[in-house]
Design a protein around this ligand. Structure first.
Ligand code: ATP
Length: 206
């Protein structure tokens, strides 16, 4: 595999029979973070879901270079959406153990991944009793064990306190240093020094 890069050209997205955006272009490569901003309904989450392969493109091209030619773009991505996708009846550790097995060996133990997001001491608790920020952190721990090169982050700082934001910043910086790439949607600032930006406009009605 060479250096990973994603190129979007003339992207068009329709949802529920309505045009959400058209003519969107971007480039992002290994070691880079692209920050997507824009008003509510502009299609930021839809763009991430399109890149993840969860929504079909209505037009334009999305091209991945330098990846595994046998895998789709979506299979290179970890999509960190609004939902935390936790099993509330399982403990914190059991939740992450499931994903640790699912993704295969990533060289990081379950406890180490929990420690990296600051919830190692909560490993025995049922996920149901976690606070909103602790749930978000458990979802972030999945990023650590997924070892996918493309991180698609939708409002990753939502519900995080200052210390957790700083930890997220460290996780993202380490991912970029390891030649990963990040596309993140945010309404605020991201805890990263350098980013590229893409601004989506008002949602259009076809
Ligand atoms: N499943 C769906 N079916 C039909 N329309 C949808 C669906 N999901 C989203 N939309 C519409 O697509 C448009 C873009 O939504 P999207 O969630 O991508 O916007 P966003 O920029 O992420 O907004 P926000 O900042 O509020 O999170 C909105 O008008 C929304 O109503």
């Amino acid at each position: 595999m060479g250096d990973l890069a994603i190129e979007g050209r003339g992207l068009v997205c329709d949802r529920g029979g309505r045009r959400v955006f058209a003519g969107v272009d971007f480039d992002v490569a290994a070691g880079e973070a692209l920050v997507v901003t824009g008003p509510n309904g502009a299609g930021k989450s839809s763009l991430l879901r399109t890149i993840a392969g969860l929504i079909e493109l209505a037009g334009g091209t999305l091209e991945l270079t330098g990846g595994d030619p046998e895998l789709s773009l979506g299979a290179h991505c970890h999509y960190f959406g609004h939902e935390n996708a936790l099993k509330t009846q399982l403990t914190v550790r059991e939740n992450l153990e499931f994903w640790h097995r699912y993704y295969g060996d990533c060289g990081v133990s379950v406890l180490e991944a929990l420690d990296r997001v600051g919830i190692g001491h909560l490993d025995h608790l049922p996920a149901a009793v976690l606070s909103a920020g602790q749930r978000r952190r458990l979802a972030l721990a999945r990023l650590v064990v997924s070892h996918r090169p493309v991180w698609l982050l939708d409002e990753p700082t939502a519900a995080l306190d200052v210390a957790s934001e700083a930890r997220l910043g460290e996780l993202m910086a380490a991912h970029l240093l390891a030649d990963g790439l990040i596309i993140a949607v945010t309404h605020g600032a991201l805890p990263l020094a350098e980013t590229k930006s893409l601004k989506l406009g008002e949602a259009r009605v076809a």
